[in-house]
Design a protein around this ligand. Structure first.
Ligand SMILES: NC(=O)c1ccc[n+]([C@@H]2O[C@H](COP(=O)([O-])OP(=O)(O)OC[C@H]3O[C@@H](n4cnc5c(N)ncnc54)[C@H](OP(=O)(O)O)[C@@H]3O)[C@@H](O)[C@H]2O)c1
Length: 395
């Protein structure tokens, strides 16, 4: 690509909820006048991927699904946009030279392409928490060795990032991750046992992709965020707190040794965190709703219930055990999530299965290479799959 003097960006997972919001922010901040879009990627939504590629003038459009190559090629016929498909092409999208990469693929599928971007020194705007949950320090080290910056996009981690004072890491006592509590915040376990995908995906405040919406209902998303926070901010497990805050206005907080607590607030709109990640350390001018405190009137808080929401307890277990527990938890939860969506298991089984897999891999040592992370991930998926199949046979 010729050097146009514009910021060169790529969006991994452009067809998802974060991806669509990222393209909106890019448009708000000047669109094609200000940015060269090097690569965008999707999976199943070929019509949207093609439409986005034409609208933003992407040089490369990739679908992760080999079988969709012809459909994407046809949809982009007559344009000069390069088309590719499959896992290697996804990695190529991350590896292709750009200054900034939004990592917004859902699940562990995002790890290899994000890693490729990190290794060549791109700034990584990290929405895909699974990179850190699975690969932890190895991923942090890859970014550091590449020389790019790691800028969190998850609203909680962006809030913490924004509330951290320069050079005051030694004075950080704790971080407090806020959680909306999801649609089942006040439900009993008995009531949760029979819920459907449709009820579980109806988040009270945020509009998000399916996986993270179900993860918010089970609080597995918060559990993954606890592990993400540990690695992003180099914290001990006892420094990570979770508080349920149903309005989702305080996005998270940092508590300091002098008793001060700094927080970042805003309407629940991911474009604020995405915009900050795109323009950091500056703040962009964004057309998003402003908080109206008089209308808001009050902010509520309650302690999380780790009996009704065991995912939080499992995150603490993973943090305390170390080893490959993050990769095992992430992979087992992802496998159970797919089984829940396919109607093969109930809502509460997701935590049971994840716990069984984590326990069965408790004595695995920490991964020292990315290959070992991928091996642990595959093993956890195999074990989760086996438990799901056994349960089905017994039913
Ligand atoms: N949504 C939010 O508000 C939010 C907030 C904080 C963090 N995050 C994190 O951001 C990530 C993305 O979340 P999302 O809500 O945007 O998800 P989403 O709406 O489900 O979008 C996921 C993206 O990944 C693509 N994809 C799906 N399966 C894939 C595969 N096997 N290989 C490669 N690409 C694949 C999808 O393509 P198709 O749609 O074309 O199939 C889509 O572009 C997650 O890690 C999530 O935890 C999201």
């Amino acid at each position: 690509m010729a050097d146009t003097g514009k910021r060169r960006i790529s969006i991994l997972g452009s067809t998802g909820s974060i991806g669509v919001n990222t393209l909106d922010v890019v448009d708000q901040l000047g669109g094609r006048e200000a940015f060269d879009v090097v690569a965008i990627t999707g999976n199943a939504n070929i019509a949207l991927l093609a439409e986005q590629a034409k609208a933003c003038g992407a040089s490369l459009a990739v679908t992760a699904d080999d079988a969709q190559y012809s459909a994407l090629k046809d949809a982009l016929a007559g344009s000069d946009i390069e088309v590719a498909a499959g896992r290697d092409a996804l990695i190529e999208a991350g590896a292709r030279d750009s200054d900034w990469v939004m990592a917004a693929i859902v699940g562990t599928a995002g790890l290899a392409p994000t890693l490729a971007a990190a290794q060549r020194g791109a700034d990584i705007a990290l929405a895909n928490k699974e990179c850190l949950v699975s690969a932890g320090e190895l991923f942090i080290n890859a970014v550091a060795e590449g020389g790019g910056r790691l800028i969190p996009v998850d609203s909680e981690h962006s809030a913490i990032f924004q509330s951290l004072e320069d050079d005051q890491h030694h004075a950080v006592e704790r971080i407090v991750l806020t959680a909306s509590g999801g649609p089942f915040r006040t439900w009993t376990r008995e009531a949760m046992a029979g819920v459907t995908v449709e009820t579980a995906r109806a988040h009270p405040n945020w509009s998000m992709g399916l996986k993270i919406s179900i993860g918010s209902a089970s609080m597995f998303n918060k559990a993954l965020e606890m592990i993400e926070a540990k690695h992003l901010f180099d914290l001990r497990p006892d420094q990570i707190e979770v508080i349920v805050h149903p309005q989702s206005v305080i996005h998270s907080m940092v508590g300091y040794t002098d008793g001060s607590v700094l927080a970042q607030l805003g309407c629940p709109d991911m474009r604020t965190a995405i915009g900050y990640a795109l323009t950091y350390p500056n703040r962009p001018k964004l057309n998003v709703e402003r908080l109206d405190f008089a209308k808001l009137a009050r902010l509520d808080f309650e302690a999380p219930d780790e009996v009704r929401f065991p995912a939080l307890r499992l995150a603490r277990t993973a943090l305390e055990r170390g080893g490959v527990q993050g990769a095992a938890m992430n992979a087992a939860e992802e496998t159970s999530f797919h089984a829940f969506c396919a109607g093969r298991i109930g809502f509460l089984n997701m935590a049971d299965i994840t716990e069984q897999v984590m326990d069965s891999m408790a004595d695995y040592g920490a991964a020292t290479t990315m290959d070992e992370v991928f091996t642990a991930d595959a093993e956890a998926r195999r074990r989760a799959g086996e438990i799901i199949a056994k349960n089905e046979m017994a039913a």
